[in-house]
Design a protein around this ligand. Sequence first.
Ligand code: ADP
Length: 531
Amino acid sequence: MIEMLRKINLSRAVRTMQELFPAEYDFYPRSWILPEECQQFSTQIRMVKESNATLNPTFIVKPDGGSQGDGIYLIRDPGDLKPTVGSQAKQAVVQEYIQRPLLIDKLKFDIRLYVLLKSLEPLEIYIAKEGLTRFCTEPYQEPSQKNLSHVFMHLTNYSLNVHSGNFVHSDSQSTGSKRTLSSVLYRLAAKGVDIKKVWSDIIALVIKTAIAVVPELRVHYQADIPPGKPGPTCFQILGFDILLMKNLKPVLLEVNSNPSMRIEHEQEMAPGVFEYVPSPVDEEVKVGVIRDTLRLMDPGRKKPSISHLRAGRLDHGEGIPMEAEPRERSPDEGALPSLCLKQVYPKYAKQFNYLRLVERIAALFIRFLGVKGNMRLGPTAFRTFIRTCKLSNSNFSMASVDILYIDITRRWSGTTPESREAGMGLQAFVEAFFHLAGRRFKSLPLRERVASLLGLCEAQLEAQTTGAEERRSVSCSRAMPRGNPKTQTPGLTHPADALLGSPAPLRRASSQDYRLHQRLKPRTLRANVEN
Ligand code: ADP
């Protein structure tokens, strides 16, 4: 999760979705990856400025692994990118700076929303209906050469602003430099803002972002965690940082894989003497998130769902399109307040399922990975994928397939430290898939090309599965009297068989089936994991 949500990886994942669904993914600022796209960034900005001299965009540069505002700076010209030192150029994202954020009390603020990724398969997402808002401590002005370095004006990070003399620690939820989201939404509602719309836009942003990162997560997950039951399952609480633009459109700034759950803040009691004191605003938001996560993840509970009862406090979730689902309460739960985590997926799956194309590409990728624990596709596995899905023909020979493989993996190698390993990672495979879709369905828009090729591949695999099943049942009925069924344990299938599409692995591997690798794992190993 940490890997996946680093700024560069998140930008790449969202960018892939932007290629497929530009309108749906317009909530993420335009971004370039440094150092590899430095030239591209400079050229594009020069062209923009030449085409319209009144345009004077600002950009924010964020180091890849950074957090809490560390190393972030604003620039107005590509020439102001800080030179990178050493042979290993520093990885960073340079991003279009949102110049007109919504202001409250003349201050810029952002929203920290807690999201529980309860499970990857099936995808289950919960959003905390209460969140935090973090305020800057210097009145906002649109960026100018003079104010670019004013961090208390432009960066909303608590960790930075807490050091400003203007930071206000307040016990009230609706004043101070850190407030609850509901207090801000109420204030906006009082001004006539349609907060239901704002909230449903935020939910859509969260679901779409999750859909963008889930494919890569699945690849990591299948390598580490054996699928199926029994065995370990994982969940994660994520911190989404969201900015509201002046026109109330939410913009995704970043996703924190490990958001702070601290409910105290440091206070200087006497010069140089610091103490941790309770922070009621943090407590109001975070205690509920942790409590609900534990309630939802409780392995003793068969079917967690959401209580109806309200706690009798501010509840902006009321009227917002996230109805609670009634459920029976267990006696020991009687005193617990209502859940603040609301399920948004699969609840709204119907509206968003069409976006899950890359996940289907990832399913193909995982299927052809072969050996459990593997996360990169070798040249033979790539050929097997092409052959099994019948993608080569007289116009696209296997020699061209090899060239495509070499070309794409070479381009991707060295883009990130881990990509230097041999083989084709998911992102490179997605690029290859887009390329193949373009060859096959030239006249269609990209998303339709990709969907058509996916349909084709999945149908091929399905047909082979059915054919294999039929062949298998015929041969089984012939062989049965003599053979011992135990010797055909699917878990002992040779990995090469999976790559070659032999009957045993194909039998179970439908288009949505990611479990192939479990079957390739020796029993003893599985037992260790389960114990
Ligand atoms: P970090 O992980 O270091 O906190 P962020 O991406 O959250 O990095 O950026 C830090 C702060 O900079 C944000 O909280 C926000 O106030 C501001 N910021 C980040 N990206 C943008 C952007 N594209 N436009 C405007 N402000 C931004």
